[in-house]
Design a protein around this ligand. Structure first.
Ligand SMILES: *Cc1c(COP(=O)(O)O)cnc(C)c1O
Length: 349
């Protein structure tokens, strides 16, 4: 209970960041208009910037990554069509089944860490016949959240794009954390996303904005996406205050993701030396750490750490996730490390 009086060190997710003073100032100064009429100058500027970053014709600002992903599916598929996707992808597992319930996606899942090869996807392609649904979409996630923030290799993305092209299929990237992939590989975002037909990315993860995602795509797809956004209740009015936070995030919090990656790497190395916990250091490529607990329960560790001022997530009964972000400093990592070490020593005995 040594640090209950302090602010807890929150390693549950990079979504927990709070808007900084600078970001709040940018929000308060934002020029706004009615975005449903396309008249919010700050949103228009953000969408132009996103399209440029992703090297796409256009972009649409939406309230969440889940909505961006859902709209992408609605644009690409007819109900019952097959979407080839990694088994642990956010879209399949953590969006309350929206793709199936609303877009009508039938997921054809590829098991594994989250990454898959073009050859694996090729084996699952099916043309539509009078009794089979056909493949309508290929879906990748970069970085891969449940894979532990791993980067989808660019070579494989190119192969998947070639495969999709051969079969006249679109390739979508859930790039909620594509900025982390960019920083981790020193590759501009556009050099990654130019190999996909569309990409969704989040301002509310490592970039530290309170709300918002962008769907970057062709001009025609944006026209469709704009209608679906309205259909889903995602048409916002003077949302330039939110777009200002996203612009601020892109301008100020992108390059610094490297610090989060260093902090995650440092934390992972510390964890690897502790009792009762296993970390695959090769899988720690960005800001997410997945760790296995061979002897103690994940829920027990989460609760014990919570009482000592360190917040983490249980992912399965015997695995946990820790995420670094802009509200976690190197000093926080060291403090969290010693609290976790102490706790594990007591629990493992
Ligand atoms: C966070 C996240 C999303 C979007 O989630 P929202 O909570 O809707 O913002 C989508 N994909 C991945 C991989 C994510 O981590």
């Amino acid at each position: 209970m040594n640090r209950m009086e302090d602010k807890p060190i929150d390693l549950r997710s990079d979504t927990v960041t709070k808007p900084s003073e600078g970001m709040r100032e940018a929000m308060s100064r934002a020029a706004v208009g009615d975005d449903v009429y396309g008249e919010d100058p700050t949103i228009n500027r953000l969408e132009e910037m996103c399209a440029e970053i992703a090297r796409k014709e256009a972009a649409l600002f939406v309230p969440s990554g889940s909505m961006a992903n859902l709209i992408a599916q609605m644009c690409y598929i007819q109900k019952g069509d097959e979407v080839i996707i990694g088994a642990n992808s956010h879209c399949f597992r953590y969006e309350v089944g929206a793709g199936a319930a609303i877009a009508g996606s039938q997921y054809v899942v590829i098991d594994g860490s989250g990454l898959f090869t073009a050859d694996q996807a090729r084996q699952r392609l099916r043309p539509p016949t009078f009794h089979t649904p056909g493949t309508a979409l290929l879906w990748i996630e970069n970085t891969h959240n449940m894979g532990g923030g791993i980067v989808f290799p660019l070579e494989e993305i190119r192969r998947l794009k070639a495969l999709a092209g051969e079969h006249g299929l679109p390739l979508h990237m859930d790039g909620a954390r594509v900025f982390n992939a960019s920083v981790a590989t020193s590759t501009p975002v556009g050099d990654i996303t130019r190999h996909v037909d569309s990409v969704s990315f989040c301002f509310s993860k490592g970039l530290g904005a309170p709300v918002g995602s962008a769907l970057c795509c062709s001009r025609d797809m944006r026209t469709m996406a704009h209608r679906f956004r309205k259909m889903l209740g995602g048409g916002m009015r003077q949302a330039g205050v939110l777009a200002a936070a996203a612009l601020y995030a892109l301008e100020n919090n992108f390059e610094r993701l490297a610090e989060d990656h260093e902090n995650a790497s440092r934390l992972a190395q510390n964890l690897a030396g502790m009792p009762g916990i296993e970390v695959d250091l090769d899988s720690v490529q960005t800001n997410i750490i997945m760790a296995h607990l061979p002897v103690i329960g994940a829920d027990d560790l989460v609760e014990e750490l919570r009482q000592r001022g360190v917040l983490i997530h249980a992912i399965t009964p015997d695995s946990i996730r820790l995420v670094t972000h802009l509200d976690v400093s190197a000093a926080d990592v060291d403090r969290a490390s010693s609290i976790i070490d102490q706790t594990l020593s007591e629990l493992v005995g």
